[in-house]
Design a protein around this ligand. Structure first.
Ligand code: GCV
Length: 663
């Protein structure tokens, strides 16, 4: 059993083999005074000692084999890309910019950690996406919205905190290819509105500098009502001349202090946040005004599309929250300025365990767009229940939107391959906090790691990513690695089975979003209904219902519109189906609901015993922390199973064919 320093996550640098050389570093076309290059070298020095017991000295040592890490500037390598190749005299690393050097060094260390010898290292890679971002929902009082791993490590008592942890965080992010970080919650309130004032510039400069050394740009979430809240104005109408000139002065002041700021993320007209709608303006009016103001500084505006009516009447079956994003944003396609990106959640609702892909992704064909996913497990088990999310993200990226003859997947669209645009990429709501192990559940770090790696290389498989993470973090014997990898890979479907069936989602405890409450949101204002009665369940989103299915290109619209062709895992998202409906398996819908919940709960117990089976191979403290979580997961799975099954038994009156206990 190896020792695992969980404060170092996947940069543990377990001893991989005993080397016998001494390294020196040769730079050609790069300067060691460049902060990014210098950090890359520093990481290499630190890691090779731990990984292979070899020193980096730069002075010839005749008693050992002399090896060189030769870093060369090669204009042929794409931006942020690298080519690495090991040989008998060391490793050659080629890149055309400093980020490429940094990513190349991390790739070398990753390959050695994963089992290759230094002379076997080999890869040529460049990022799939221009922007690869983490979004923190950290508040300035130190709390984290939807945070399950302690408090913020950026903010405490309305102050910005920097230190060793900030640097480690930047290292972790760089090691997985992240190049942008939004540090504060999109719900910008109170002190956070003042992040764009001189109250915080000094500390922000420090933070930005740490990030820059790891190739990361600092971004902030912006309060659209800043002219009112901090400027003392009466309006924040985006077309008002005085409002525009307030923003011009403000943004100049910000960039005078933070010249490398990447830009801003904006949540407007959403869940109580102010926005252009208040003034009868469009989302494009709001986004473009800010885009124009920030353009002279090379900044960008990332504008979220999470806009919907959150004061719905549950009696109203025509208004459909799923439609909202497309309805608000599609008509304005092409109206957004070049430095504006629309950030779109993967599904039309809100990060449920299964949703169709948002029809806005690829539905927009003339607008920069970015995919937003949630690594923080708000609806997927609060970093208590095991839920490896990379398979879900892969499904979204691989989805054919049919927006073009070829290159029509979500991965194509957001990377810029479909439309040839320069701005786009992927963002994740991150799952970190100040818990010693960063992610609360040790195993949840696989999601943090996985998102970064996937955003850098969307072709990686969920399994490849899981194995990389396990090898670097825990370095287990093959049998145990296989067990843990398998646990991760099946965990999402297990969670899905014991929670909400066939794409219906929700049925979750309101506000907190952990544990079952089948009718918790059924009669509320949030637009998240399942519409179950004694005959059936599901939302009719076909052309005879809310018409949501028609927001897709015809190929997908047709598929979704007909319950016979609709992928079954999304059946209840698109259709209201009788309990007696026969599924492809030959089972009735109600029997499927029962079976899936019994199976999911049983499989959750299987996960817990798989974990027990690798006990002797994992460090004791890790074993104990994760075991505690499995105990809680089992309670949760049982509760979901029994509440959902009892609810539908009572509604339908149809007994379980297998006569199992339902209450
Ligand atoms: C930051 C969901 C979450 C909110 C979150 C919101 C958003 O509604 O429950 O906590 O707010 O999404 O994405 O803006």
């Amino acid at each position: 059993m190896g020792t695992t320093d969980w404060t170092q996550l996947w940069l543990n640098y377990h001893r991989a083999y005993e080397g016998e050389g001494t390294w020196n570093i040769a730079l050609e076309g790069f300067e060691s005074s460049d902060a990014v290059v210098s950090n890359a070298i520093c990481e290499f020095k630190k890691a090779v000692v731990l990984l292979i017991g070899e020193q980096v000295t730069n002075t010839a040592d005749s008693s050992s084999r002399s090896l060189t890490l030769k870093i060369t500037n090669d204009a042929e390598i794409p931006a942020e890309g690298y080519a690495i190749e090991g040989g008998s005299d060391g490793i050659a690393l080629k890149a055309s910019d400093a980020n490429g050097v940094l990513y190349g060094v991390f790739a070398i260390l990753r390959q050695i950690s994963c089992g290759r010898r230094a002379d076997e290292v080999k890869e040529t890679a460049s990022p799939s996406n221009p922007l690869r971002m983490m979004n923190h929902w950290d508040n300035m009082d130190g709390s984290i919205e939807r945070g399950y791993s302690g408090e913020s490590f950026f903010f405490e008592n309305e102050e910005i905190v920097t230190g060793a942890r900030t640097r480690d965080y930047a290292r972790f992010m760089a090691s997985i290819g992240i190049n942008g970080v939004v540090i504060n919650n999109v719900n910008v309130k109170g002190a956070a509105s003042y992040l764009i004032t001189d109250r915080y510039f000094d500390k922000l400069k420090e933070l930005s500098k740490i990030f820059e050394g790891y190739g990361i740009k600092l971004y902030m979430s912006l309060n659209f009502a800043s002219p009112i809240e901090i400027g003392g104005m009466e309006t924040c109408d985006p077309l008002d001349k005085e409002v525009i000139s307030w923003w011009e002065k403000k943004i100049k002041e910000v960039y005078d202090n933070l010249p490398n700021l990447g830009g801003f993320l904006v949540k407007a007209d959403s869940e109580g946040r102010p926005g252009p709608f208040t003034y009868g303006r469009t989302q494009a009016d709001g986004a473009n005004m800010l885009g124009d103001v920030i353009a002279p500084y090379g900044g960008i505006i990332i504008w979220r599309c999470f806009v919907y009516n959150c004061t719905q009447d549950w009696r109203d079956t025509k208004t459909d929250r799923a439609r909202a994003g497309y309805d608000y944003f599609k008509d304005l396609d092409g109206a957004y300025h070049g430095n504006v990106i629309l950030q779109i959640k993967n599904g039309p609702m809100d990060f449920q365990i299964r949703e169709p892909v948002s029809p806005l992704l690829g539905g927009l064909t003339k607008t920069n767009q970015m995919l937003e996913v949630q690594v923080a497990q708000e609806y997927t088990g609060h970093q208590i229940d095991l839920c490896y999310l990379i398979p879900l993200f892969k499904e979204v990226l691989d989805f054919h939107t049919h927006c073009a003859q070829e290159k029509d997947t979500v991965a194509d669209v957001v990377s810029g391959r479909t439309m040839g645009n320069r701005l786009g990429g992927m963002a994740a709501v991150i799952n970190t906090g100040n818990d010693m192990n960063w992610t609360g559940d040790d195993l949840a770090a696989a999601n943090t790691y996985g998102f970064g790696r996937l955003s850098f290389n969307t072709d990686l498989t969920a399994e490849e990513i899981a194995r990389e993470w396990i090898r670097q973090t825990l370095s287990l014997p093959q049998k145990e690695e296989d067990i843990l990898c398998n646990m991760l890979l099946k965990s999402r479907e297990i969670y899905e089975r014991y929670t909400s069936p066939l794409g219906i989602g929700w049925m979750v405890t309101p506000n907190g979003h952990y544990g079952p409450s089948v009718d918790g949101y059924e009669y509320s204002r949030w637009g998240t209904y399942h519409r179950a009665d004694h005959l059936g369940i599901g939302v009719d989103r076909t052309d005879k219902g809310t018409g949501y299915a028609q927001q897709y290109y015809p190929e997908n619209a047709k598929l979704y519109n007909d319950p016979k062709t609709c992928p079954e895992e999304l059946l209840l998202f698109f259709h209201h189906i009788p309990y007696t409906w026969e599924l492809k398996s030959g089972k009735t819908l109600i029997q499927h609901i029962y079976d899936s919940h019994f199976q999911g709960e049983e499989e959750a117990r299987g996960l817990a015993s798989d974990w027990e089976s690798i006990k002797s191979a994992v460090p004791e403290d890790v074993y104990a922390r994760v075991k505690e979580r499995f105990d809680l997961q089992l309670d949760n799975a049982r509760e979901w199973r029994d509440q959902v099954n009892s609810y539908f038994f009572r509604k339908s009156g149809i007994p379980d064919e297998k006569g199992r206990t339902i209450y």
